[in-house]
Design a protein around this ligand. Structure first.
Ligand SMILES: C[S@@+](CC[C@H](N)C(=O)[O-])C[C@H]1O[C@@H](n2cnc3c(N)ncnc32)[C@H](O)[C@@H]1O
Length: 255
């Protein structure tokens, strides 16, 4: 499978998930969520205050717990899905801040925009685009978040370089993602359902660290939050919180 085939496979799977969500199905019915924890990690009252519930999450953690967002900041969510993390961010960066979500799947963007209407929040924008080529200018964002998406990309280096490009110097990368704790069998890595289900595209903690370093990030920290053993696949994967930082101009000049 090449990168374009992977992206199309993933897009088709999440278009289907979005159509099911729009009909009221819970993400817990979705195989991706089975592995990921099904939206646990969000406070019910915070979700209720947006008019949403955790069923709109297809994520594997809660990036709000590591992003430390402040009023006035600009946030970008890579692969924003139904929009939960964008809307939670928008609330935290008000007044004066803005939250952007980028997603390639039209059906997901429609669900996200409907959820934004329910929330009544005006300082959020959902953009159509690939996370390998983000439709935002250089150095325009204070914090990049993402929730269970980067594992789905065939070219993780391209995604991390884009995250670095759009971040301002000293900007933060605060991401929940799935990683591989064991090397998965080659047959499993080839299975399309396992790629779209956030399993086959996982890389090790070491490989993730190297990709972040190669993109230019420092202060890299990866914390495993939940180990996941799958029924029909040998080897462990895990959800993880991944933090990093784009160095400041002073630090770059000093090098
Ligand atoms: C597992 S869901 C996670 C959604 C959301 N972050 C959440 O926590 O609920 C993956 C989302 O990322 C989007 N996505 C996957 N690969 C992408 C890519 N290469 N470019 C843009 N969006 C992508 C999919 O359309 C889908 O909405």
């Amino acid at each position: 499978m090449n990168e374009i085939e992977v992206r199309e496979l993933v897009r088709a799977k999440y278009a289907q998930s979005a159509l099911e969500m729009a009909k009221g199905a819970s993400c817990c019915d979705d195989s991706c969520c089975d592995a990921n924890g099904c939206g646990d990690g969000y406070a019910a009252d915070e979700l209720a205050s947006l008019g949403l519930d955790a069923a709109v999450s297809l994520g594997c953690g809660n990036p709000m717990l590591l992003a430390d967002l402040r009023p006035g900041e600009v946030v970008l969510d890579l692969g924003s899905g139904a929009g939960l993390d964008v809307l939670l961010s928008a609330r935290r960066v008000a007044p004066g801040g803005h939250a952007y979500g980028v997603d390639m799947t039209d059906e997901m963007l429609a669900v996200a925009r409907a959820n934004q209407a329910k929330s009544g929040l005006g300082n959020a924008t959902f953009l159509k685009g690939a996370i390998e080529s983000v439709p935002l200018p250089d150095a325009s964002v204070d914090v990049v978040i993402s929730n269970c998406v980067i594992n789905l990309a065939a070219d993780k280096g391209a995604v991390l370089r884009e995250a670095f490009r759009v971040l301002r110097p000293d900007g933060r990368f605060a991401v929940a993602d799935m990683i591989a704790l064991d090397e998965l069998a080659p047959e499993a890595k080839q299975r399309l359902d396992l790629w779209a289900g956030c399993v086959a595209g996982t890389i090790s903690l070491d490989a993730y660290t190297k990709e972040l370093q190669a993109a230019g990030f420092d202060a890299i920290d990866i914390e495993v939050t939940r180990e996941v053993r799958l029924e029909d696949v040998e080897g462990l994967i895990a959800s993880a919180y991944i933090r990093a930082r784009r160095p400041s101009r002073v630090e770059i000049a000093a090098k």
